[in-house]
Structure formats: C-alpha cells, structure tokens
Design a binder for this molecule. Structure first.
Ligand code: AMP
Ligand code: GLY
Length: 429
C-alpha cells in the first residue's frame, strides 16, 4: 500500500517508523515531514494545513491510505476532503474533531452525558466573565474555546490574574478567534494521566497510559510547553482506575459522539486528572499526543497499519492490539530558550542506536547532507526496558551521546513516576 502521513514532528516520526514495520506498507510519503523523517520516508514540502495541496498530492501519488496526525488539519476537515476523493483515512472527520477544536463543545458533551469533568461556566462577553470571576473560587482556570497551540489555558491565582487572562484572550485576541468564547473552570488537583486510545466509533482500545511533562523546567516549573518528555506506563494508572475510566469516561464519550451524529474514528486522547473524587477529563485531543506517542508506540507489538485499517473499516473489536510489558522514557532535546525564543541552524550529530533505543526527529532540517536544528523541540530520545528505572537511565545515557549547540533538556523526566512506583502499581498499563 501507498501510505501518506500528514504532519512533521516527533510524533509523526514515531508513527512512520512503526508503519514501516508493516508488511503491507510499500511506499510512505510524509507532508511536510522533516529532515529526520526523510531517512525513513519520502517527504514533500506541503504544509499540514494546506488541505488542497494534500489532496492533490494524495491523488497524484495514488495514495491508498492516509494518516492525518496533527490537530489543525483534522479540525479543518482534512479527512473529509480526502475521503470525498476516495482516499480512506485514519483520523476523525471535522464534525468529530471538534471534540478538541472546541472546549465549549466538549464541555457541553460531558455535561449532557454525565462524563466526569471540572465544573465550568462559558462566556462570550469579557464583562460577564470578569463579573463572574469577582466571586469565583481561586485558583480559577481560564480556557480559550478553540485551538491555541497548547497555550490557551491560564491558571489564575487571583482575581487580578484572571482579569488579565480574560482581557488577553477576549479583548486583545492573543489566540485569535479561539478566544472569542472562554470557559472558566473549577481548579482540580491530582496526578495527570494521558491515555491515547484507538476507536472506530464503537469499540475503544486504550494504549499503554503515559505521563507527560509539560513544563519547561525541572520540578515542573517554568512555562508550559508542547511537552518536554514522557514515560509509559503511568504508575498512577492502576488497574482499578483503568476499569473506572473505561466505564465512566472512554465508552460514554465514544457513545456520546455517536449519539450526537459525530462518530469518532481514529486516535482519541483522554487527558485525565485523578482527583480524590475519581478520574476526571481535563481535555480531549482528537489525535495522538506528542510526546506521548513517542513513548507509547515503541511498546506496541501489533502491526500499527493493520490496527489503523481495522479502525477505518469499523472492525476494531476483532483486531489484535498488543503491547509489550515493559516501560519507556522519552526525553525531549530542545533548543535552549524554547518555548519562547531560540536560535536554530545548529548541526546535530546522532549516535548509532542500539536495541530498544529510538531517536525521533521533531524539529530538524537537512542542509547539504547535514542535519540541523530547525525547531523548539528538536529530538525525542527514547529507551524501552523491562523496568521504568532502566528506561529512564537508558534514555538519559542515549541523550548524553547526542551533540548539538544550544541543546536543552529537562533532567528529571520520569522522576515523579519513579517516586510513585513503590507505592502504586502499574497494572492498569
Ligand atoms: P490543556 O491545554 O487543556 O492540556 O491544559 C494544560 C494544563 O493545564 C493541563 O495539563 C493541566 O495541568 C492544567 N489544567 C487544565 N485544566 C485544569 C483544571 N481544571 N484544573 C487544574 N489544572 C488544569
Ligand atoms: N502532550 C500533549 C498533547 O499532545 O496535547
């Protein structure tokens, strides 16, 4: 089969590497891909948001199956366009991708179907939001409705901070139209778990759970980033929690989407918080998470392409989806200064990888044969091992061998998970 993957980060590199293992995969194209993905697939400089360009390319190359990975094209309706031209896809249609595209939509869905989440109020006027915030409990969580590159969530400790956040989102339009509606949400606390799942609109098959590390600095300090590292499985996700999530969150969500006439097909990502009142949904994503995918896919033993085809053909229930019993750690090597301002263009020297070691390229381009940094997150350095201890140790040992100027990484990926391990089992996977 000729396969097209839309996207160009570390997540897409992990997906491409896994698809390549399939006997059915002949040619893999990636739009736009990056300088590292180029070693595994044919990349063309068509932007992931250039939907017409993507469709044209897919038709020209006689693509048999497309995997649309990033949020923007999914929310814009890339799958709808490709499917209209007879190209089957892995990924939700536009009317289902809204589960990530609009936080107001997903909040209303959860309220209507009794899916546990933080209490919240929706506002379309800044004055009304500010009025409400005068007497709201603090900290208060303020969220822009639409996609905001992962920056549309502000946790305000005081009324002043909340007022600034509302003004930034609604009046200054810091996130464009994403901020024309906002949610003010109850602040929840507890360990966070990312559960990526395969779903064909009826059956839900969760992948191994993961723990993201969103903040830029050690000790979960500094600015929010796209993710500085991940471990899988997440030790807080016990067997009991997994069962509860399936019953109260995963199946009800997929059934709710179907009942709304918006069947979800693809990878549905549940961002959960394990509160003292049980697991609650913090966010849904309509796609594979990044960097979680880089930690989760190396543990997948089954054929990813076969699973994706089963999802598309609504026969996931009968599909064999197996993960190995080990653990992984993904350390993100970033450009110093990310997520704010950083220099790029530095040459990267990659070491040979051994068994159970993976280097996924997120932000690099090829220039005259040399690989050079071109983004904030540059590499995902991953090790798999029987235990989380070894996975963390091996991922850092591999990261130490990589050289490029201006490189930055967190030194404590996996530390929180390791502290939790002796107390909490990871039987939930
Ligand atoms: P999101 O972009 O929705 O993933 O939110 C970014 C981060 O904000 C999450 O990973 C949480 O750490 C935090 N967050 C979001 N909503 C809440 C909430 N209701 N209570 C506490 N923290 C939250
Ligand atoms: N790592 C979080 C996300 O992909 O949104």
């Amino acid at each position: 089969m000729n396969i097209l993957v839309v996207g160009g980060g570390g997540r897409e590199h992990a997906i491409v590497k896994k698809l390549k293992e399939s006997k059915k995969a002949e040619k893999i194209y990636v739009l736009p891909g990056n300088g590292g993905i180029e070693s595994d697939a044919e990349c063309e400089p068509v932007k992931a948001t250039d939907l017409q360009g993507i469709v044209r390319f897919a038709e020209q190359k006689k693509v048999d199956f497309a995997v649309v990975a990033p949020d923007d094209p999914l929310v814009m309706g890339c799958v709808d366009l490709l499917e209209e031209r007879g190209i089957p896809c892995f990924g939700p249609r536009k009317n289902a991708a809204i589960i990530e595209g609009s936080k107001v939509f997903s909040k209303n869905l959860m309220k209507k179907y009794g899916i546990p989440t933080a209490a919240s109020e929706t506002f379309t006027s800044a004055e009304e939001a500010i009025d409400y915030l005068k007497t709201a409990p603090y900290p208060a969580v303020i969220k822009a409705d639409g996609l905001a590159l992962g920056k549309g969530v502000i946790i305000a400790a005081t009324f002043e901070e909340a007022k600034d956040a509302v003004n930034k989102m609604m009046c200054e339009k810091a996130f464009g139209e994403s901020g024309s509606r906002i949610l003010v949400e109850e602040f929840l606390s507890g360990p966070e778990v990312s559960v990526l799942s395969f779903t064909d609109g009826e059956t839900v098959v969760p992948m191994v759970s993961a723990m993201d590390h969103k903040r830029a600095e050690d000790g979960d300090k500094g600015l929010n980033t796209g993710g500085m590292g991940a471990v899988a499985p997440n030790p807080y996700y016990t067997e009991e929690t997994a069962k509860e999530c399936m019953e109260k969150i995963f199946l009800p969500t997929v059934r709710a989407m179907k009942a709304e006439g918006r069947p979800f097909s693809g990878c549905l990502y549940f961002g959960l918080m394990l509160t003292k009142d049980g697991p609650k949904v913090i966010e849904y994503n309509c796609r594979f998470g990044d960097p979680e995918t880089q930690a989760v896919l190396p543990l997948l033993k089954s054929d990813l392409l076969e699973i994706m085809l089963a999802v598309r053909e609504k026969r996931l229930r009968a599909e064999d989806v197996r993960f190995s019993s080990g653990a992984t750690c993904c350390v993100v090597l970033a450009s110093r200064g990310y997520p704010v301002k950083y220099q790029t263009g530095y040459q990267i020297t990659l070491p040979q990888t051994g068994e159970n070691e993976y280097i996924y390229v997120a932000g690099a381009k090829r220039e005259g044969g040399a690989l050079k940094t071109s983004g904030g997150r540059v590499l995902g350095v991953v090790a798999a091992a029987d235990t989380l201890q070894d996975a963390v140790k091996n991922a850092y040992a591999l990261a130490e061998k990589i050289r490029f100027e201006n490189a930055y990484m967190r030194r404590d990926i996996g530390e929180r998970a390791l502290k939790a391990l002796p107390r909490i089992g990871n039987q939930g996977r």
